[in-house]
Write a protein that binds this ligand. Structure first.
Ligand SMILES: [Zn+2]
Length: 172
């Protein structure tokens, strides 16, 4: 069983465990929580190396995630073709491979999902413009960018003696 892999019985170079899990082993609760779309497919070699348990191979796991910006649900593949986990053995005689896959797959999900990051289908988030990343902001003008730290002094002077020809007010 995947929940109860006997570490003492493994050959020196490990043993391959393959299969699929059709139940929702993730059971993430909550209105906007990731929704697992079974099955989870895996092909993993498990071996013991000194104090460590080493699991490597591949996992595929599809989820529906809710976009943090537009709230649409979109598909996301949290699978990893080069999955590798190194866990301290801590004297354990068994390994719960299902729990390990669950933990590492959930960690592979984006913490702030955006639908345009779907790696299953190409999307454009309709709300992308509302919360543009900092790098996309356009400076108001060259004056803004080059304003020295004393800008408040110059701003105060501008208010006393406005000169519309040199600098547009920010709300015009
Ligand atoms: Zn979106």
């Amino acid at each position: 069983m995947l929940h109860n892999i006997q570490l003492n019985d493994l050959p020196a170079d490990g043993r391959l465990f393959e299969g699929e899990i059709r139940i929702d082993c993730f059971a993430v609760e909550g209105p906007g929580a990731p929704r697992f779309k079974p099955p989870l497919n895996f092909s993993l070699n498990v071996r013991v190396d000194g104090p460590d348990i080493i699991v490597d191979g591949s996992i595929s796991a599809l989820f529906d995630l809710q976009c943090a910006r537009c709230a649409a649900w979109f598909p996301y593949d949290a699978g990893q073709d080069e999955f590798e986990a190194i866990e301290p053995r801590d004297g354990a005689s068994t390994l719960d491979l299902t729990a390990l896959m669950r933990e590492h797959t959930l960690l592979a999900l984006p913490g702030y999902p955006r639908c345009e990051e779907s790696n299953v289908e190409s999307r454009v988030c309709p709300e992308a413009d509302r919360f543009a990343p900092d790098s996309d902001y356009t400076p108001l003008s060259d004056d803004e960018t080059l304003t020295p730290p004393q800008r408040d002094v110059w701003g105060a002077l501008d208010r006393i003696n406005p000169d519309p020809g040199s600098q547009d007010p920010p709300n015009s």
